[in-house]
Design a protein around this ligand. Structure first.
Ligand code: UGA
Length: 407
């Protein structure tokens, strides 16, 4: 592999030119394609000078129609060559999860090739067949706009699933002895539904789901189509973090001067990324109400410092974070949190009040010394239900590989 900083020389010595730059959302909800356009202009300059057939591969997430209009035009204008005749063009969307990119590249759920013409599609398929060999995943070939659409609505559907289970969780909370994880397990066995993305929490975040959903809703309006389900998923996601703030306030009484320990800041575990993390909204609101907030995250503390500055205190471990706190709020399901013991909360906190936004410490509900409230679990969870949840969860084929037994 050779690393260069000049796109022209990179394209000159390659058969494939892959564009994977970010497409962030502007304030008005439209996609900012300036980086993408810049990258395409650079590649087009290389295509212009190349004496061989170069296949331009668009990996960035864009709205349907973007490649055949904006990208194709830019490439043809700058290269002074014709797409489909002098160079190839395909949309090759990625479905990689942050923190799992290498795994998802090697074991993709599917490959979608959106081709301008047969020759472009054949060129990418040949390359992928060589790369994956006998492990070639399901592969479909469609036109470019269809591939773009598949990527956009896949993220929109995942986001909708999360909002759906979050609203279900909010209802479960109002019922006695109903645990949203049991409900999700029961739904998930139906292969038409599936268990993935049915883990309720403070809302979906990150640099993809919220952004792609907003861009899709806005883009559809341009065609005078309202995506009401996607709009609702977004609206639910705006409100979901507020529920946890309400629970904290309810449990601590007057929030002014009370100390809250927040465990988990990143938008999901195994990453330090705090972009659009629900924790940001929640912490800012808690600070606004006069609470003294101390935070801990295994990886995201440095990012948190640039977001919150000295408005919150930073702990170097869980014990330090819990010290003398009036309430503990768990926002990200880091593995180390599920190993915490009831004794730790009782010994270190001023009052052992735990608000569990991810239900990682359900066993605390059985400890009479602790006030435990979990998102998605009704207040009067009986011992029988609390313990059965754990064993049922291990039984599910898509879940962890723990001991498999039923009570
Ligand atoms: C997402 C998609 O999952 C990828 O398939 C896609 O390729 C990627 O966006 C992208 O467009 O590049 P990622 O942003 O890494 O991947 O995040 P997810 O793993 O999808 O999680 C998104 C958010 O949903 C997180 O805040 C997570 O905590 C939340 N979530 C997810 C839940 O609250 N419950 C769930 O059951 C699942």
């Amino acid at each position: 592999m050779t690393v260069v900083s000049d796109p022209v020389s990179a394209v000159g010595s390659s058969d494939l030119a892959i564009v994977a730059v970010g497409t962030p959302t502007r304030r008005d909800g439209t996609a900012d394609l300036s980086d993408l356009a810049r990258a395409c202009r650079g590649i087009a300059r290389g295509v212009k000078l190349a004496s061989h057939y170069v296949l331009v591969v668009i990996r960035s997430t864009v709205l349907p129609g973007t490649t055949s209009r904006l990208i194709r035009r830019t490439l043809e204008r700058v290269s002074r060559k014709k797409a489909g005749r002098d160079f190839g063009l395909v949309v090759f969307p990625e479905f990689l999860r942050e923190g799992m990119a290498v795994h998802d590249t090697i074991h993709p759920s599917r490959i979608v090739i959106g081709e301008l013409d047969r020759r472009s599609g054949n060129a990418l398929e040949r390359f992928l067949k060589e790369f994956y060999g006998r492990d070639l995943p399901p592969l479909i070939r469609v036109n470019m706009a269809t591939a773009e659409m598949i990527k956009c609505v896949s993220n929109a559907f995942l986001a909708t699933k999360v909002s759906f289970i979050n609203e279900t969780a909010n209802l479960c909370e109002r019922l006695d002895n109903v645990d949203v994880d049991c409900v999700a397990d029961g739904m998930g066995y139906d292969h038409r539904i599936g268990r993935d993305f049915l883990n309720a929490g403070p809302g979906f975040g990150g640099s993809c789901l919220p952004k792609d959903l907003k861009t899709l809703v806005k883009g559809a309006k341009h065609f005078r189509v309202r995506l009401r389900v996607a709009e609702a998923a977004l609206a639910t996601n705006e409100l979901q973090p507020l529920r946890l703030i309400r629970v904290v306030h309810e449990l601590v009484g007057n929030p002014r001067g009370k100390k809250v320990a927040v465990l988990g800041l990143s938008f999901k575990p195994s990453t330090s990324d705090m972009r659009v993390a629900p924790s940001v909204k929640i912490i800012r609101a808690l600070v606004k109400t006069g609470m003294r907030v101390k935070v801990y995250d295994p990886k995201a503390t440095e990012n948190a410092k640039s977001l919150f500055g000295d408005t919150v205190a930073y702990a170097s471990n869980v014990r330090d974070c819990l010290e003398q706190a009036d309430c503990c709020l768990i926002l990200t399901e880091w593995g180390e949190f599920s190993a915490l013991t009831a004794a730790l909360f009782v010994q270190t906190m001023k009052k052992p009040v735990v608000v569990d936004g991810r239900r990682v410490l359900k066993s605390l509900s059985l400890d009479p010394r602790i006030v435990y409230r979990a998102l998605g679990i009704g207040r009067q969870v009986s011992d029988a239900i609390a313990s059965r949840n754990c064993t049922m969860r291990r039984e599910h084929p898509n879940r962890s590989t723990g001991p498999r037994h039923l009570i």
